[in-house]
Each structure stands twice: as structure tokens, then as C-alpha cells.
Design a protein around this ligand. Structure first.
Ligand SMILES: Nc1ncnc2c1ncn2[C@@H]1O[C@H](COP(=O)(O)OP(=O)(O)OP(=O)(O)O)[C@@H](O)[C@H]1O
Ligand SMILES: [Mg+2]
Length: 328
């Protein structure tokens, strides 16, 4: 049994186009001839099915949590696109948004068993542990933002929270390092650590034997960035600036996938319970989504070692605000 490639789509802020992007990319991949499963893991805010021609799902992941289904495979629904199936989410019960820890682990194990070329997870908004853990389990994390300051801050905060969550999980048995990472994720911490590079420097003092693993864990994080709702050249420039910002403070190099223009057609297609690429629409947003789907299938370029380099300056005015972003 080969393992499917898992992509997670997140971004911190609500309403920035995560589900729109997930649905269209899923359709795009299926049209390239890939077998695709898209999973609505937005526990409590599920609406991905609306982008894929399904009015009221007959089954949802809720059936898995209720143990009416013993595998997620049983809950997959076909779509009108060949090769594309959806596992719909559920809004049925408020408690769904917070499954218990072991239930979440079981759910994640079962996601890994899904058989397809690509499994796409729409993880929804926010930086709850459930969202971050689903995001962290993916081979590639795709962050969607829009070119507005609150969304950029949320996306930065989400990326930061996801990196620290990953490091805390990987080093949970290394008590000294775990404690240091836990402190460092707070913008104000006793150690005075201001960014990931300083975390590594401090780790080198207290647990030198773990630094190579710490650096390789950070290097292995495969993150991509998408800017949606773009309307002019100034907004076009925000994506690359944000990449520099993340490199500078978080020592990872996200790959910029590109921008998706604002398009009235997105809303029109949603009103018809469908998505742009299902309709073979030929506008700019569709072209950008096809381009993004293609680009995402290309393995990311081998990275320079951002964990060691003195980071470049950029001119996006977010770092001070973003650095004061606090996660629980
Ligand atoms: N490029 C775009 N042009 C125009 N409208 C868009 C675009 N992208 C998304 N929208 C619209 O914005 C709204 C929010 O999109 P979407 O539901 O994908 O956001 P989301 O990030 O998944 O939200 P949530 O956090 O609630 O899950 C929808 O009405 C969608 O049709
Ligand atoms: Mg959504």
C-alpha cells in the first residue's frame, strides 16, 4: 500500500478563501489525471461540499466520530469530476469542533490510510491545537491569506504557531529542549529569544546534541504561500515580501505559489454550488488556480539553510505586530 501525498490548506484567518482554494486545486489535480480525495476537516465550520456540487452530504465525518463508520473510506462521496472524491465535514454538533485527543489521533491515522495520489485537508480557520495538528501531519502545508494587514498577521501567526507546535511534538521527550521551545514561542520570554535563529543558538548551549535534529526538523517543513483576493500590483508584491518575513523571523523558506485575483465568478460559481475549475471557466482566477495546482505538484526547490544565515531585511511592516502575536 503506497502512502498518499497529504496537503493541508490553512491560514489562520476566516473567510480568506481556504475552502475555495482547496476545492479548486482538488478539481485541478483530478483534471490532470490524479486520484484526489478532499477532506473537510473544518470541524464545526464545514462547507467544502458546497464548492463541489453537493447540497446536503448524505454522510459526513461525524459518522466516523459516532462510530457509524469504521473507516473514512466508507464515507467518501463521488463528485461530478472523475477521480475526485470528497469526505464532507459536519456542523451537526458544536462539540465536533473539539474532539477528544485520542479521537483526533485516530482520525489522523485514518486520514493517512486514505488511498489516492493526493489527499487534501481543508483545516479551517484559527490556531487551535486540532487545526495545527492536522496542518502539521501534512507533507505540505499551504497557507492562504489575503493582502490585508489582519489577514497577513493571522497567516504569520498561524505559520509561527504551526512551526512551534511541530517542534514541541517532535521534542516532547527532550525535556530541556521542549521547555526552551515552549518558552520561545511566547513573544515575551525569560530567555529573551526573539526568533527561531535565536532559539537554535540557545538550544546549542543547553542541548548541543539535539541541534542537528532541531535544524533538520525546521528545514523539512514544507510550506507554501498563496495570496487570494489580489486586485493590483501593490497587492501582487505582498506574497514575496511575506516569504522574506517568514524567512527572517522563523528561519523557514515558504515557497510562494502565487496570487489569485479577486473574481466575481468565484461567488457566481459558489451560488451554483460549484467551483471555477469544475465549470471550465476561462477567467484570470481560473488560470491562476490551474497554475497554482501545477506548481504545487512540483517538489519544492532544495533549500538554502535559512536556519543559519543572517536573515535579509524586508519592508513588510508586520514583524513587530506579528511578533507580539500570542498563541495559546
Ligand atoms: N478570489 C476570489 N474572488 C472572489 N471571491 C472569492 C475569492 N476567493 C474566495 N471568495 C469568496 O470569499 C468567501 C470566503 O471564501 P471561503 O469560504 O473559501 O473562505 P475560507 O477561508 O474557507 O473561510 P472559513 O474560514 O470560514 O472556512 C466565499 O464567499 C468565496 O466565494
Ligand atoms: Mg472554509
Amino acid at each position: 500500500m503506497t502512502r498518499s501525498i497529504i496537503w493541508a490548506i490553512g491560514g489562520g484567518k476566516g473567510g480568506v478563501g481556504k475552502s475555495m482554494f482547496a476545492a479548486n486545486i482538488a478539481v485541478g489535480l483530478a483534471k490532470f489525471g490524479k486520484k484526489v480525495i478532499v477532506v473537510d476537516t473544518d470541524l464545526g465550520g464545514a462547507n467544502l461540499h458546497s464548492y463541489l456540487g453537493i447540497k446536503t452530504p448524505k454522510v459526513t465525518i461525524y459518522d466516523f466520530f459516532l462510530r457509524k463508520a469504521s473507516t473514512l473510506d466508507e464515507l467518501l462521496m463521488d463528485t461530478s469530476v472523475e477521480g475526485l472524491k470528497i469526505l464532507p465535514g459536519s456542523n451537526e454538533i458544536v462539540g465536533m469542533a473539539n474532539p477528544r485527543y485520542f479521537t483526533k489521533l485516530k482520525f489522523m491515522r485514518h486520514i493517512q490510510r486514505l488511498q489516492a495520489d493526493y489527499v487534501l485537508l481543508d483545516v479551517g480557520a484559527g490556531t487551535s491545537y486540532n487545526t495545527l495538528d492536522l496542518f502539521a501531519m501534512a507533507d505540505t502545508g499551504i497557507v492562504v491569506t489575503i493582502p490585508e494587514k489582519p489577514a497577513i498577521e493571522s497567516a504569520y501567526g498561524f505559520i509561527k504557531a504551526s512551526i512551534y507546535r511541530k517542534l514541541l511534538t517532535v521534542f516532547q521527550k527532550n525535556l530541556k529542549l521542549h521547555d526552551l521551545i515552549d518558552q520561545a514561542r511566547n513573544p515575551v520570554n525569560e530567555e529573551g529569544i526573539r526568533n527561531v535563529r535565536e532559539l537554535i543558538q540557545r538550544a546549542n548551549e543547553i542541548s548541543p546534541e539535539s541541534v542537528a535534529e532541531l535544524e533538520s526538523t525546521i528545514r523539512a517543513i514544507d510550506l507554501r504561500l498563496v495570496v487570494n483576493f489580489v486586485q493590483n500590483s501593490h497587492e501582487e508584491a505582498i506574497g514575496p515580501k511575506m516569504v522574506k518575513l517568514v524567512k527572517r523571523y522563523l528561519s523557514i523558506s515558504p515557497e510562494y505559489v502565487g496570487s489569485i485575483p479577486f473574481s466575481g465568478k468565484v461567488r457566481e460559481s459558489l451560488a451554483k454550488q460549484t467551483s471555477l475549475l469544475m465549470e471550465d471557466s476561462e477567467d484570470e482566477a481560473s488560470a491562476a488556480l490551474v497554475f497554482a495546482a501545477r506548481k504545487l505538484t512540483v517538489p519544492r526547490k532544495s533549500e538554502d539553510d535559512s536556519t543559519k544565515k543572517e536573515p535579509e531585511k524586508e519592508d513588510l511592516t508586520v514583524p513587530s505586530v506579528a511578533e507580539s502575536n500570542s498563541e495559546k
